[in-house]
Design a binder for this molecule. Structure first.
Ligand SMILES: Nc1ncnc2c1ncn2[C@@H]1O[C@H](COP(=O)(O)OP(=O)(O)O)[C@@H](O)[C@H]1O
Ligand SMILES: [Mg+2]
Length: 340
């Protein structure tokens, strides 16, 4: 039995105090040889015990329990659930412990969000700085006289224009991420044929693939090629994954899109036979701005935001995306979509 309610504590106090008080009385009676009938003794002792009980009970209730109750009520109200403190102080102990843990978790979460935010801002400004400084350099050189130099003026303007394109890429990707994160990404679910769509995307990326002599093919092992998803958003996913396989796969390599049945879902795999990604990078691959080879990605016009957008889009469809990769064998991204 736990002695944690005012009543129980008062009983404990009564028992604890009764023994010495009774002993004291007995001593006084013996010393002064007072003789009282046993019934009276019992009555005196009983009223003494009752007095001790009521005094300690009302003291505990008034000065401790009532005050704890007020604090407890305030705390539980802050938590959104207003619980009435019954009588058990043990419950207060448990609840306060739980509340402390909860607050601790919230603080940790806020701290990690804060450092994430700081890192994100740092990344954004860093990514924008490079093209801005490039443009600034070319424009200053042109102003300082290079504009009249037929050998370089067009070249400098073209390079500035490329940097502007890069900035636009970054800003568009950032806009997309901010939309996704503020839940403004509205998905328009329609029924469409994914095989037809993949061939359209192959057409769009044909030039890029040719430049690196990458061949594109489809291996369809599913029985139903219709999906229920947002066509434009899934386009973005497919384009980024196929483009990545062209950009980061081997020159003269191969990109294969495979489709498999997976119950109610369709499993879509985009596999290349490139250099692969080492295991240490895989867990962070979907993070914003994360790039395995920064300089390669930049020279390809990449922002490092593609895969994080891809993951967001797939998760907004309540589906999953995974990656597996073996060095010098290749990389495979796989995600699922609901069949229609
Ligand atoms: N198929 C792949 N093979 C090897 N590395 C890849 C592949 N796909 C993505 N990566 C790596 O993952 C990084 C993140 O990809 P992504 O977010 O699309 O950024 P970006 O394409 O802008 O560089 C790339 O920079 C690249 O280093
Ligand atoms: Mg990309």
């Amino acid at each position: 039995m736990q002695w944690t309610t005012p009543k129980k504590i008062a009983i404990a106090l009564t028992l604890a105090l009764a023994v010495p008080v009774f002993a004291l009385f007995a001593l006084i009676f013996l010393c002064f040889e007072i003789r009282i009938p046993s019934l009276q003794i019992i009555l005196i002792l009983a009223s003494l015990a009752l007095a001790i009980y009521f005094i300690s009970y009302s003291f505990l209730k008034k000065y401790i329990h009532e005050r704890v109750k007020v604090i407890y009520k305030t705390l539980t109200r802050h938590r959104g659930v207003s619980t009435d403190l019954e009588t058990d102080l043990d419950k207060v102990d448990e609840d306060v412990d739980e509340m402390i843990n909860e607050r601790q978790r919230e603080i940790e979460e806020l701290k990690s969000m804060e450092s994430f935010r700081r890192e994100f801002l740092g990344n954004v400004s860093h990514e924008l700085k490079t093209p801005i400084f490039n443009i600034q350099g070319y424009i200053h050189t042109l102003i300082d006289g290079a504009i009249k130099d037929e050998n370089v003026n067009m070249q400098y303007l073209n390079r500035s224009s490329k940097s502007v394109d890069r900035m636009i890429n970054i800003v568009e990707d950032l806009e997309m991420i901010s939309k996704i994160e503020s839940n403004q990404l509205e998905l328009e679910f329609t029924r469409w044929n994914i095989i037809d769509h993949i061939s359209e995307i192959f057409d769009v990326l044909e030039m890029k693939a040719k430049k690196r002599s990458v061949s594109l093919s489809v291996d369809n092992q599913s029985t139903n090629n219709f999906v229920k998803a947002d066509r434009d958003k899934i386009s973005q996913v497919l384009i980024n994954l196929i483009e990545n396989s062209i950009k980061y796969g081997n020159e003269g390599g191969h990109t294969k899109v495979r489709l498999f049945d997976m119950g109610d879902n369709l499993l879509i795999e985009i596999a290349d036979n490139g250099a692969g990604i080492t295991a240490e990078h895989l867990p962070r691959l979907f993070e914003r701005f994360y790039r395995v080879d920064k300089s390669r990605s930049r020279s390809e016009g990449g922002t490092g935001l593609g895969l994080s957008i891809v993951k967001h889009i797939i998760e907004a469809h309540r589906q999953t995306i995974n990656v597996r990769s073996t060095e010098n064998v290749g990389t495979t991204f796989s995600f699922t979509l609901k069949k229609a």
